[in-house]
Design a protein around this ligand. Structure first.
Ligand code: 13P
Ligand code: SF4
Length: 313
């Protein structure tokens, strides 16, 4: 873009943002935004966070309308926790391919192979899968959730890598992983981390636990996106290599602009980029697109999410 184009774009965004602010008041709406969203969408957030933080906000808000800027399972979880509120997604096609790697039927078949074993469902699942599960977790609390269960053996769906990382932290239990994965985080190769480290030998490496073990073992810190935010707020490091979705860089820069961040450029979640500022405005103007969950599924799925919410209180 030329400087003139950039200025025009900035001006257009400023007008849209002002209109979003006006409509937020008129509708008594709150904007919950995930850390991987586009910078200009992060800028209009009432709350910016990870899956766990956003679900807590959804449960606690007094707003009548929640506009969820993230991916489908996140908005669905918000609806489970706030069934009486209008929960909107600006783009209904923003899904999570990992969440779609297991259906309720596939989970029932997996459970039948391991009778009596409780199921921990990563929050990156559909409501139907949550409804078949005993408890949910996020990448911020998977260790606490697994530890909280009485049983020695647990099923963990759908992310095999979060399951493996959690297993390393909780060796006293046996975790049976389902073979799902995040197509974005598996693109982060150990070679990319090693090359970045060679180029920036002083840099600290932080990665998300959705990365495979050959990547997590190279990291100084393995953390959820909120764990990364906490880390950069208190570290003395001057340079940080960031092994997660590239949108995180904008968030981290906001938290600590004194640090130089090195992204792994291939890690782009196209679904997280589907929500744009004009779509957020349309969503608020036309109250589109509402998230609904069938009541019988919602009641069972909510139990698993609420059981997670009791942990770490
Ligand atoms: P966080 O809960 O760490 O924000 O992760 C969500 C996610 O989808 C990571 O890919
Ligand atoms: Fe799903 Fe991976 Fe995108 Fe997160 S980054 S929303 S797990 S596809």
């Amino acid at each position: 873009m030329t400087t003139v184009d950039l200025e025009t774009q900035k001006q257009a965004n400023a007008e849209i943002m002002a209109e979003i602010e006006r409509l937020k008041k008129e509708r008594n709406a709150v904007l919950l935004v995930h850390n991987y969203q586009l910078p200009e969408v992060q800028d209009v957030a009432d709350f910016l966070g990870d899956s766990l933080g956003l679900s807590r906000q959804a449960a606690a808000t007094d707003a009548d309308v929640i506009v969820f800027c993230g991916v489908h399972f996140m908005a669905q979880t918000a609806k489970l926790l706030s069934p009486d509120k209008l929960v909107l997604m600006p783009d209904l096609h923003a899904g999570c391919p990992m969440a779609d790697m297991i259906t309720a039927e596939q989970l029932r078949a997996f459970k039948a192979e391991h009778p009596g074993v409780p199921v921990v469902a990563y929050v990156n699942t559909t409501a139907e899968v949550k409804a078949e599960s005993d408890i949910c977790c996020t990448s911020a609390n998977s260790v606490e959730v697994v530890k909280s269960l009485e049983e020695d053996t647990v099923i963990f769906v759908p992310d095999q890598y979060l399951a493996q990382w959690t297993q390393q932290q909780v060796p006293e239990k046996k975790i049976i992983p389902y073979p799902g994965f995040c197509p974005v985080h598996v693109r982060i190769a150990p070679d990319s981390i090693l090359a970045a480290k060679q180029e920036h030998p002083e840099a600290v490496v932080i990665v998300h636990p959705e990365c495979p073990p050959d990547v997590t073992q190279l990291a100084d810190l393995v953390a959820s996106t909120s764990g990364m935010v906490k880390f950069v707020r208190q570290t003395d490091a001057k340079e940080v290599i960031v092994g997660t979705e590239v949108g995180m860089i904008y968030r981290l820069q906001r938290e600590n602009p004194a640090i130089t961040y090195y992204p792994i450029e291939v890690a782009v979640c196209a679904n997280m980029k589907k929500t744009t500022l004009p779509k957020v405005l349309e969503s608020l103007s036309n109250l589109q697109y509402p998230i609904e969950v069938a009541p019988d599924i919602a009641d069972r799925a909510r139990r698993a999410v609420e059981r997670m919410a009791q942990i770490g209180r």
